[in-house]
Design a protein. Structure first.
Length: 183
């Protein structure tokens, strides 16, 4: 089967731990937030499901307002494990929606994003790391995690590349609105 034939119905955007107490510590957080907003707004246009995780929200706060206001019916999953798969609800949600393609974005690249990606590969999902929408406190941690993932059967692409892969054609009904978001 061609894993590059991305069907929106079988895909989900995963926003990992973009929380109030964590985001300010990230390198170039404003750049990834811009890309994440683009992804969330595009997800709305494409009717792509969005799953949001929050690591121990009691202590680390909820998803930052800048992103949560772009969310339309998100599934929010609270977790304490670093990998999203450490929470039963996460995989149950994927199975219930028949999702096989995971578009990963969030923080920290070398901890929660990496462990989620590895667990997803082991569980047979197609993993797409959106490299301009992930961050870590230290850029060397981010870099080494992305280099490692490159050798683990993961697809590493930019936000824009993923959006265009999902649309497939300029005749897509969402194309005009998404083009405006890209300007």
């Amino acid at each position: 089967e061609n894993t590059m034939n991305l069907n929106i119905e079988e895909s989900a955007l995963i926003l990992i731990d973009m929380q109030e107490k964590l985001v300010p510590a990230m390198k170039s957080d404003y750049k990834i937030i811009k890309k994440q907003k683009l992804l969330l707004e595009s997800a709305k246009e494409l009717k792509l499901p969005v799953i949001v995780t929050e690591q121990y929200p009691k202590g680390l706060g909820n998803t930052i307002t800048e992103l949560s206001e772009c969310l339309d019916n998100p599934i929010i999953i609270e977790k304490s494990s670093f990998s999203c798969f450490g929470t039963e609800e996460f995989e149950q949600t994927l199975k219930a929606k028949n999702i096989i393609n995971l578009f990963l974005t969030g923080i920290e690249t070398h901890v929660c994003v990496l462990q989620t990606a590895l667990d997803a590969i082991c569980a047979g999902y197609n993993v797409f790391l959106i490299d301009d929408a992930v961050s870590s406190r230290h850029s060397k941690d981010r870099r080494s995690a992305i280099n490692f993932m490159r050798h683990q059967d993961m697809n590493i692409l930019s936000a824009e590349a993923i959006i265009f892969m999902l649309m497939k054609t300029s005749k897509h009904p969402a194309f005009k609105n998404i083009s405006k978001l890209l300007r």
